[in-house]
Every structure is written in C-alpha cells, then in structure tokens.
Ligand binder design. Structure first.
Ligand code: FHN
Length: 437
C-alpha cells in the first residue's frame, strides 16, 4: 500500500484549460483512473431476487410488495444454472474490460455472503453459493476487472430512516437509526473490499433517494480508499463530482446530454467519464421487454461515448436461473466481432478534436485521429482543423489511402462509398504534432 505516496496528478484527459485542474490523488488511483479511461467498454449486470418476477429491478416498489412477501420471494431464489465462467467468457468475447455487478440493489437483498444480515444469498436461499465470489475468481483468471454496484437506498432495512422519495408503506416500523444504517453499509463495504480480491471499485447508486441526508460520504470514501487504494469510486448520484470520487457516470445519456431527465449537464473536465446504458429498456430481467437496440445502434453508442471521452457500460439482466437471454448474448458477440476489427480506434483513445456530430465522432491516440463515419452517404466529409497538419489518411480496414484536402478552414476527406453492412467507416488520420488538450 502506497497511501503515503500522494502525488499532484494532472490527468490531462479533459478539454481546455479547465482540464488542467490539480487534484491530490494517490499514485495508485491516478493509474487506476488512467486504466479506466483506456478501458472504454464495460458490462453492467443487474441480477437479484427481482429477476424471478421478470419485471425489472424496481418490481418491489412498482407493485408495492410488502417486506414480508418479498422476503418469501427471496427465500425461493435458486439460480442453479449460474456459471460465472460462462458469464466471463461472454464478457471476453464481447471485448469488455470490466464488469460492474449489483452486489445489493434497492430491494436491500445482498447477493453476497455477509455477516451484517442474514438477508443474503448464502444464508437466505436454497442456492447457498456466493455468486460474487465465483465471479471475482473467474474475472481474476480472465484479467477482467470487477466493480461492485452498491445501493445506498434500501427498501428493506428498518434503519433506512427517515425514508426517502421512493418510500411506501411496506410493513417496516416507522422508526430507525440512521447511524446504525451507515455503520451497516460501511461494514458491508468492508466485506466487499476485503473478501473479493482487488476490485476495480465501487459503483454507488440511490443517494438521490435522500439527497439532503447526512450520508457522511467522506468517511465511506476514505474507508474504501484505505482498504483498496486503487479502487475507484463511481457515484451515480446525478450530480457534479465531489471530492474523493474518481469517475463521473451518466445514466442512459452521453456526457452532458440529459434526455433521461436526471443527469447533470455539467461534465467534469478532469475525471474519466462513463455512460451506462440498457440494451433494451430494462436493467433487471424483464420478460416482456423485447425492445432491444440493434447492433448498429449499440456500435453507435460505443463510438459516440468514446468520442465524448467516455466508457460505455452496457447492461444485461440475466434470468433468474442464472442464464443470459440469447438477445443479450447475440448483441455482445456482435460487438465483440466489431471490436476485434475496430478496437484500435476505441481502446486507449481519448475524445477526438471534433466533438460527436450527426455523422459520427472522432477519437484520438497520440497523433492519430480516428474519424468514425457512422452515417454519411456522401463522398466528401468536411471537418474543422484537427489540431495539426494532416500527414496521411487511411482506412483502418485494408489501409487504402483516403484522399484529403486541407485548408485553414479544415480538412475534407474523400470517402469510399459505405459497404452495405458496414457499421462504421473508420479513417485513421495521422497529423503533425497535435496540440494537446
Ligand atoms: O434506480 C436505479 C436503477 O434501478 C438502475 O440500477 C440504474 C442503473 O444506472 N440506476 C438507478 C437509477 O438512477
């Protein structure tokens, strides 16, 4: 542990002078943030007791299920076909670099062995196995980083009191001890950060239920960073980043956009960014939701996320028996095929000099600007200046030269016609020394 080794870090992954803000961050976390910004693609997994009802992870709230009844449901959870190695094999085929899985969602059920409550998958269900342990072992063997989603909101714990915006009368006593609840959470986080090997980090969610409560985040964040100095804290609180947080994440929106209605439009200039996205319209398994995005749309999200300097955290909701529906598998396999051919224009890139446009996006690594043409039927594509004189332009596939013209107003590329099944025409443009941003 190098906790004493505090460095003044300048990540330099943001835009303009604002990106040059200094942040006192230990070297381990500086490296971890850089790793995260390079990773570009993660797999989100929402899986829990709720999967059994096939109506998403909010089913307890949406159907106003009483705690007693939900406890009975939990006692029948038996995902006998869960195979951590199969999940991780799928993740590898898809080309993801990390997995973020729900360790405890808003229903308050712990999907891991915990001494803090019997309401956990090992002690409460016939399954009796710890899927997070099995997953962490499989991830470590495969070189995939594991992050734990952890809900601060709890619809089951009596000490989650006073209750927040999502409360309903579900049979809990109208009293509770907030200090005890915070101690419970910190004790569970200690278990997660102690018993599952080195983690990528903790992905928090649910604070928005009680935005004005005294969450004592400083204490919790310090605990996490003391237990694992390289663990990243990713808060999905939909607000501007606070001290101690490592990544700014956006839900169902690219950074700065707010079509979902709860994201902040303020984008951090110096933290790595992430966008979480459902593959259909649900996070947890939803048996009637067949509104799956096409592979073309998903490639578009991945490219536009990278063009915004963000990772894409793409969700699956496994079935209650532990298997993964073919719709998820097919799309992840197709993304893996696409990344096998185009990953050099995605992984370890940063946002390019041209912000995402209707036609596509740009990414950059060193002096190479990758122009991702997603939707442009015409032969000429005019770009603003790329930050340095263009030395060459070639198709990523096959390396054929792409003719270009450069003036003080910018660069015009002469594109070959799009192939009939092509998802993204990538042109690698090498420039003379790009002005670093
Ligand atoms: O309420 C949750 C929801 O169930 C899901 O976990 C998503 C994932 O980003 N986050 C919350 C809403 O902000």
């Amino acid at each position: 542990m190098r906790s004493a080794a505090v460095v003044w870090a300048m990540l330099g992954i943001g835009v303009g002078a604002a990106a040059q803000s200094r942040d006192s961050v230990p070297a381990e976390r500086v490296a971890a943030r850089r790793w995260f910004a390079d990773a570009k693609f993660g797999m989100f997994i929402h899986w829990g007791v709720y999967s059994q009802l096939g109506a998403g992870e909010w089913v307890m709230h949406n159907r106003k299920i009483a705690v007693r009844d939900y406890e009975s449901l939990a006692a029948t959870f038996d995902p006998t076909r869960f195979d951590a190695r199969a999940w991780v094999a799928l993740a590898r085929r898809a080309g993801v670099r990390y997995i973020t899985i729900t360790s405890r969602h808003h229903d308050g059920f712990s999907m891991f062995k915990t001494a803090q409550t019997p309401y956990n998958i090992v002690d409460w269900t016939p399954f009796k196995r710890d899927p997070l342990k099995e997953l962490s072992d499989a991830c470590q063997a495969a070189g995939i980083k594991l992050f734990f989603y952890y809900s601060q909101l709890d619809w089951h714990h009596p000490d989650y009191w006073p209750r927040g915006a999502t409360a309903w009368d579900n049979g809990r006593p109208d009293a509770g001890d907030w200090n005890r609840y915070l101690a419970f959470m910190n004790a569970q986080l200690t278990e997660l950060l102690t018993n599952y090997g080195p983690l990528g980090g903790i992905w928090f969610d649910g604070m928005w239920d009680k935005p004005d409560a005294d969450w004592r985040l400083d204490t919790t964040y310090a605990l996490i960073h003391r237990l694992q100095p390289a663990a990243l804290i990713i808060p999905n609180h939909h607000q501007q980043p606070r001290p101690g947080e490592d990544v700014q994440t956006f839900e169902q929106d690219l950074p700065g956009a707010n079509t979902a209605g709860f994201n902040t439009s303020v984008v951090s200039a110096d933290l790595p960014l992430e966008t979480s996205l459902t593959m259909n319209d649900s996070w947890g398994f939803n048996i009637t939701d067949k509104d799956f995005k096409s592979v073309r749309a998903l490639v578009g999200y991945l490219v536009r996320a990278a063009g915004n300097g963000a990772n894409l955290l793409l969700n699956i909701g496994p079935r209650p028996d532990g298997t993964i529906s073919p719709e998820f598998v097919a799309r992840l396999d197709s993304l893996g095929d696409w990344l096998a051919a185009n990953g050099s224009a995605i992984y370890a890139t940063r946002r390019g000099p041209v912000p995402p446009r209707a036609w596509g996006a740009t990414t950059r690594r060193g002096d190479t600007v990758f122009v991702h043409v997603l939707d442009w039927p015409d032969p000429l594509l005019a770009l603003p200046p790329l930050g340095g004189p263009v030395r060459s332009a070639r198709l990523l596939h096959g390396g054929a030269a792409v003719r270009f013209q450069e003036t003080s107003a910018g660069v015009t590329l002469e594109l070959p016609p799009p192939g009939p099944t092509e998802l993204d025409r990538v042109v690698a443009v090498v420039t003379g020394s790009v002005a670093r941003r």
